[in-house]
Design a protein around this ligand. Structure first.
Ligand code: SF4
Length: 323
C-alpha cells in the first residue's frame, strides 16, 4: 500500500452564495522516501492540494472531500485535534516565504525548540542539543551563534534553512514544501534543492514539492504531477515527463524553458491565462489555449487515464487512441 494515497480530493467553497470548486478530484500516490513534484502555473491548484492534504481549507466554511490515506490513517476523517497532532509531527509544512513562519521578536533557536518541545518529551537542554544537531546537519554555519539570532539578522537562505529545521525537528515522515526556493537567489536555490535531496535520501522522508520551476523538478523529483485549473492533467515519472511529455499543457510548459544558445526573441510563451475557479470553461479547461483543441474538447471534460509506461494523462487525444 502507498504511504500517501490521495483519492478524488476536492475543495469547495461559496462565492456570492454559489459553490465554487477550485480543486476537482485529484488522485495520486506516493511511496516512502519518494519525491513528488507538483507543477503548474499560478492558480492551477498546487497549494490548495497541499493544504487539503493537511485538512486545511483556504476559506472558513470550505469543504474538503475525497480521501487522504497517510501511514494507515484516513486524514480527512480525523478530528481537528488529531490532525493538529499530525501536522508538525508526522507531516511538516515548509512555506514559500520563511518570514510567514518566523516570529520576528523571538530568537530563531527558541522558535525551532518550541516545535520540538510540543511533539517530544524532552528537557530544554536535550531539545537544544537536538536543535543544534539539526542545524549542523542543514549546514547552518556556527549553529550556537545562529541559535541566538533574530530572523532579521539572517540572510534569505539561512532563514529558509531555519524553517526547514523547524519542519524537520519532530522527525516527520512527510515534508510538504510550497515553493521553497521561489524567494531565493539562484545560488541559494541550488543549495536548498541539494539539501532536500540529501534529506530525502538520508532519512527516507517523503517530499511533496510544489513549484512552478521545472528546473527544480528535474533536479530532485522521482515523479511529477502537472496541474491545470484545479485538475491533474498528467502524472508521470521524471524521465518520461521530460523525455516524452504527453499532455499539450505539459508540452507547452517544457517549450517555455529557455536554453543556452537560443536566438534572441525566440522565447516561447503559452498565450492566455489559467481560468479562474469562478469562470472555468466547459469541457477541457485547457481548450482555449490548446493548439490541438477540437470540438469534443469544448464540451467534454477528459478523464485521467493510464497509458503506457505508467503515465496518466487527461486529454481526449489519448482517449481516442485507446478506444
Ligand atoms: Fe487540448 Fe483537447 Fe487535449 Fe484538452 S483534451 S489538452 S483541449 S487536445
Amino acid at each position: 500500500m502507498a504511504f500517501l494515497e490521495v483519492k478524488d480530493l476536492e475543495v469547495e467553497f461559496q462565492v456570492d452564495k454559489k459553490p465554487v470548486i477550485p480543486l476537482k478530484g485529484i488522485s495520486f500516490e506516493m511511496n516512502e522516501g519518494e519525491v513528488l513534484g507538483i507543477v503548474g502555473e499560478t492558480g492551477s491548484g498546487k497549494s490548495l492540494t497541499a493544504h487539503a492534504i493537511m485538512g486545511l481549507s483556504p476559506m472558513s466554511g470550505g469543504k474538503i472531500r475525497g480521501s487522504v490515506k497517510f501511514a494507515d490513517q484516513s486524514l480527512l476523517e480525523l478530528s481537528e485535534k488529531a490532525m493538529q497532532s499530525i501536522r508538525g509531527s508526522q507531516i511538516a509544512f515548509i512555506p514559500q516565504n520563511p518570514m510567514t513562519s518566523l516570529d520576528p521578536v523571538y530568537r530563531v533557536g527558541a522558535q525551532i525548540m518550541e516545535g520540538l518541545l510540543n511533539h517530544a518529551d524532552l528537557s530544554k537542554s536535550q531539545a537544544k542539543q537536538q536543535v543544534l544537531d539539526i542545524m549542523g546537519k542543514l549546514n547552518i554555519p556556527k549553529p550556537e551563534h545562529v541559535f541566538q539570532q533574530y530572523p532579521h539578522e539572517l540572510s534569505g537562505g539561512l532563514k529558509q534553512r531555519i524553517v526547514i529545521a523547524m519542519g524537520l525537528c519532530a522527525k516527520p515522515r512527510l515534508l510538504i514544501a510550497d515553493e521553497p526556493t521561489t524567494a531565493l537567489d539562484v545560488t541559494v536555490q541550488a543549495q536548498i534543492v541539494r539539501l532536500f535531496k540529501e534529506i530525502t535520501v538520508s532519512s527516507g522522508i517523503g517530499l511533496l514539492l510544489i513549484t512552478h520551476d521545472l528546473g527544480v523538478i528535474a533536479q530532485i523529483c522521482d515523479k511529477v504531477a502537472v496541474m491545470y485549473a484545479g485538475n491533474l492533467v498528467e502524472l508521470a515519472r521524471i524521465k518520461s515527463l521530460f523525455g516524452t511529455p504527453r499532455h499539450p499543457y505539459t508540452q507547452a510548459l517544457l517549450n517555455c524553458i529557455p536554453s543556452i544558445g537560443m536566438e534572441r526573441g525566440s522565447l516561447a510563451a503559452i498565450h492566455g491565462n489559467v481560468p479562474s475557479a469562478t469562470d472555468c470553461p466547459d469541457g477541457c479547461p485547457f481548450h482555449p489555449r490548446c493548439p490541438h483543441s477540437y470540438s469534443t474538447c469544448e464540451s467534454t471534460m477528459p478523464a485521467l487515464i493510464q497509458i503506457e509506461g505508467g503515465t496518466s494523462v487527461a486529454c481526449h487525444l489519448y482517449q481516442e487512441k485507446q478506444e
